[in-house]
Design a binder for this molecule. Structure first.
Ligand SMILES: NC(=O)c1ccc[n+]([C@@H]2O[C@H](COP(=O)([O-])OP(=O)(O)OC[C@H]3O[C@@H](n4cnc5c(N)ncnc54)[C@H](OP(=O)(O)O)[C@@H]3O)[C@@H](O)[C@H]2O)c1
Length: 125
């Protein structure tokens, strides 16, 4: 049975590069972020690194709690050996300039999604 490394926030930046590094080490990948186009681009790059690897792209907005649980359900049955909670963002403006909806999304993504997924997978593994 295949094992997988799962990386949230794999569509750009640190997550994107980390996915490629795992591919270079022969790891099958589950790549998660909102941008389906960028995940497809990464998937193609990984196929160029090692065409035998399996790459599962899961376009998901993790700032919505129901999507977090749906993602978990959709991955049931896969053997995940490593889970990397990388998706996140910051807002470096002064608090009085910050948008409250954006702040709520930041808290949901950076804290709630991380805590929920970590707890679910700690229970499972
Ligand atoms: N670079 C730094 O100096 C630094 C410093 C401190 C902390 N960090 C943290 O390290 C992590 C990676 O940073 P980075 O510099 O690589 O940032 P980045 O290039 O902006 O990447 C962030 C990743 O998170 C994903 N993401 C954002 N909102 C999301 C959502 N609602 N649902 C699912 N995925 C979402 C983005 O993909 P989509 O937009 O496609 O969804 C992207 O793949 C982040 O958590 C960041 O806060 C970075």
């Amino acid at each position: 049975m295949n094992k997988y490394v799962a990386i949230t926030g794999a569509s750009s930046g640190i997550g994107y590069e980390t996915a490629k590094r795992f591919a270079q080490r022969g790891k099958n990948l589950i790549i998660i972020a909102r941008s389906a186009d960028n995940l497809d681009r990464l998937k193609n790059e990984i196929k160029g690194i090692d065409s035998s690897l399996e790459v599962i792209a899961k376009p998901t907005d993790l700032s919505q709690k129901e999507n977090v649980y749906a993602l978990y359900e959709s991955l049931k049955g896969l053997d995940i050996e490593t889970w990397i909670n990388n998706a996140g963002f910051g807002d470096y403006r002064s608090v009085h300039n910050q948008d409250l909806t954006k702040m709520e999304n930041m808290l949901s993504l950076n804290i709630e999604a991380v805590a929920i997924l970590s707890t679910l997978y700690t229970h499972d593994y």
